[in-house]
Design a protein around this ligand. Structure first.
Ligand SMILES: Nc1ncnc2c1ncn2[C@@H]1O[C@H](COP(=O)(O)OP(=O)(O)OP(=O)(O)O)[C@@H](O)[C@H]1O
Length: 666
């Protein structure tokens, strides 16, 4: 670690481990914080200030937009200005007070992103309430858990989720007393609510309660909690991450500094498509940044099949995505290319190699090939609406082949960020036009300190010349603890350092590469440690599969996998190999399984994976892993305990068959 790292500088020495504590590497900070961390904007102490100050500065700017529906058809985006939104927020706040909601009460928001979602959140911010977001994809069990755990007394709910919310009754009514619909409420729903001792209001009805009343807004402190954000639970029960005003205002200051240092900036002209769940920290902080800049936020219609159409109409300038969305963009483009015939593909591939070649020589994506951008790649840009200048991927690892492809063809910056709910999202982000940062999450943002901690059981050494270890974060963006789980807080927050559970490797330029996850390792029966996400990332590069879940446990000596094949490729293979049957039948076909397994094994060998990392059997599910079956989180991460439960019988059968085969061979 002696060489000069361009994008970070050392602020503390590393230390050898002692008293059972592992060694820690040196503490590093972004070069953009060389003269100190950026202070939050003056006068901005809370989330409420973020919004309030923008209302004062940009009252007439469009803030929240949704598509107007004319004769059942979606039309243009219709906007509410900052001032208009503010007026509704104030009314809503008065209504909240008038039904007896007190300071620091917990207020649930359950539904897909919408203007009402943001308005409800801002009303909570105004009155110092703890906002508790609930993903619209959550079922009654999870909603009940969160409402009861966080003691939510009032819930704002999307109209179509009311029935799901009622399923949590009567258990949830120990705390929940009032429900406010984002839209209307039927007479039956009113009656049902009554039977549970609940009061339910339609949106307009609730707004009227506050009319003519004026309640003072409490003074908000930086240290106040503004949100209890429940993690989506890839590792077990959701945890209530308490996020303070300070975390958010510090994060915003860091984003401004970072963009400025990279010759970028958000402006009032920026437009954002709000479709990633606001209940997740990634989208929440991006929207806070947009609000702080007086920029515009347009909402999707809540249907993934209509996303591209909403994109085309809104024409956003910044497009945030989780890798799964970008994977779909990638495979959609690949399919179009292979369907387009030899000549089109040849021209595309040639243009791609030419432009990528110049980018590798250090040219920016704009300079590398303006001609091919215009002739070949402009269609891809148009597919995203035509105005996107930054694609930001976050929340999970982005496959390198998808990243490099998009960096060339999307004609905009493609950046990858890394963070946790506990670190208020963005902790690392790659920099524009730095091709060397491909496959990394870039250097730290300029408001945190980072150090690696050795993980001896996985042989990661934070003091080695190529330093590897668990990523630890220190700074004011960190959470204030898990709500009512002091025990869990103490496990991850030690001496001010958040232990992320993710393993990283410093790169020579000061970027971080996420190489492993401490949270999902297990031992096979012969004693070998398996870092399953790492392995899945490699198998994920195989074109013949859209998604793969690798499984093993300490009672078995080998790994198996469940995969969603790529339908197009599997059907093409079947046609070429004389295998008949529809897609569902193909997924059952032994030869088809052999083909997919063969492709995965080929990749494993190419990437020099160890013998025990090579999967020995596969099950093909034609239905992609989904949220409906509770197999994915709303940010499309695999819910491993649930996957195991769902596929348990298939897994038992696979192990039985293979073990019998091994036994018969002696
Ligand atoms: N760019 C990235 N590359 C790799 N992993 C990432 C990236 N961004 C986020 N992650 C992963 O996401 C984790 C944080 O996720 P988040 O805070 O959303 O929690 P969760 O997945 O919802 O729930 P849980 O804490 O229960 O796993 C990180 O610890 C890391 O493992």
């Amino acid at each position: 670690m002696s060489q000069q790292k361009k994008y970070i500088f050392q602020v503390e020495e590393g230390k050898e481990g002692s008293d059972g504590r592992p060694s820690v590497g040196p503490v590093y900070r972004s070069i953009f914080a060389k003269d100190g961390f950026p202070d939050p904007i003056e006068g901005m102490d809370s989330c409420w200030d973020v919004f309030r100050m923008s209302v004062e500065k940009y009252p007439n700017n469009p803030m929240l937009g949704r598509r107007e529906i004319v004769d059942g058809k979606p039309g243009k985006y219709v906007w509410q200005t900052y001032q208009e939104v503010y007026d509704i927020v104030m009314k809503l706040g008065n209504s909240l007070r008038s039904v007896g909601v007190k300071d620091e009460a917990k207020c649930g928001i359950y539904g897909a992103n919408s203007p009402e979602w943001i308005i409800s959140m801002e009303a909570c911010n105004a009155h110092g309430l703890y906002c508790v977001p609930l993903y619209d994809t959550l079922g009654a069990d999870a909603v009940e858990f969160i409402i009861s755990h966080s003691e939510v007394s009032i819930v704002f709910v999307e109209e179509k989720k009311i029935s799901e919310l009622f399923k949590t009754c009567p258990n949830s009514t120990e705390y929940m007393k009032t429900v406010v619909s984002f839209g209307g409420v039927s007479r039956e729903q009113k009656e049902e609510a009554e039977t549970f001792g609940l009061v339910i209001y339609a949106w307009d009805e609730f707004l009227k309660l506050g009319e003519g009343k004026q309640y003072d807004l409490p003074i908000k402190k930086k240290s106040d909690i503004c949100t209890i954000m429940y993690t989506s639970g890839t590792t077990g029960d959701p945890k209530g991450v308490m996020i303070s005003n300070e975390s958010i205002v510090t994060l915003i200051a860091g984003v401004i500094r970072l963009l400025k240092s990279a010759n970028e900036a958000l402006t009032v002209k920026d437009v954002y498509l709000s479709y990633l769940p606001l209940a997740h920290i990634f989208d929440r902080v991006i929207e806070e940044c947009f609000i702080q800049h007086g920029a515009a936020i347009g909402f999707w219609r809540g249907d993934v099949k209509l996303l591209i159409e909403d994109l085309a109409e809104l024409k956003p300038t910044i497009f945030c995505a989780v890798p799964r969305v970008l994977d779909r963009v990638y495979s959609g483009l690949q399919k179009k290319l292979s369907d387009g015939g030899f000549l089109k593909k040849f021209i595309f591939d040639s243009a791609f190699s030419y432009k990528f070649g110049y980018m590798k020589k250090g040219q920016s994506h704009v300079e590398a090939s303006p001609l091919f951008d215009k002739l070949v790649f402009s269609k891809v840009k148009q597919g995203l609406g035509g105005n996107v200048r930054i694609i930001l991927s976050g929340a999970a690892p982005l496959a390198s082949h998808v990243e490099s492809f998009l960096r060339v063809v999307a004609c905009c910056h493609v950046l990858q960020g890394y963070g946790l709910t506990e670190s208020c999202a963005g902790t690392f982000v790659s920099l524009p036009d730095e091709l060397g940062m491909l496959g990394t999450v870039g250097p730290p943002v300029p408001n945190v300190d980072i150090r690696l901690e050795s993980v001896p059981e996985m042989e990661y050494d934070a003091l080695a010349s190529t330093a590897r270890g668990e990523i630890c974060i220190r700074g004011k963006t960190l959470f204030s603890g898990y709500y009512k789980r002091e025990d869990l807080t103490k496990e991850v927050l030690i001496d001010g350092w958040l232990h992320t559970g993710d393993v990283g490797e410093w790169q020579p330029d000061g970027s971080m590469k996420i190489i492993d996850r401490k949270k999902n390792i297990f031992k096979l029966s012969q004693g070998e440690y398996v870092a399953v996400e790492n392995i899945e990332n490699i198998y994920g590069e195989v074109q013949a599969v859209d998604s793969v879940w690798v499984y093993g446990n300490s009672f078995e000596s080998f790994l198996i996998a469940i995969a969603n094949p790529n339908q197009h490729i599997l059907e093409r293979w079947a046609a070429e190999n004389g295998v008949s049957g529809d897609y569902d039948a193909l997924c059952q076909n032994e030869k088809a399984k052999e083909f997919i397994l063969g492709e995965l094994v080929k990749m494993a060998k190419e990437k020099k994976m160890k013998g025990f990392e090579i999967i020995k059997a596969i099950h093909l599910d034609p239905v992609p892993f989904d949220m409906e079956r509770d197999l994915l989180t709303p940010t499309f991460k695999k819910k491993r305990p649930q996957l195991l439960k769902y596929y348990q019988s298939v897994i038992d059968e696979m192990y039985k068959t293979i073990n019998a085969k091994f036994a018969s061979r002696g």
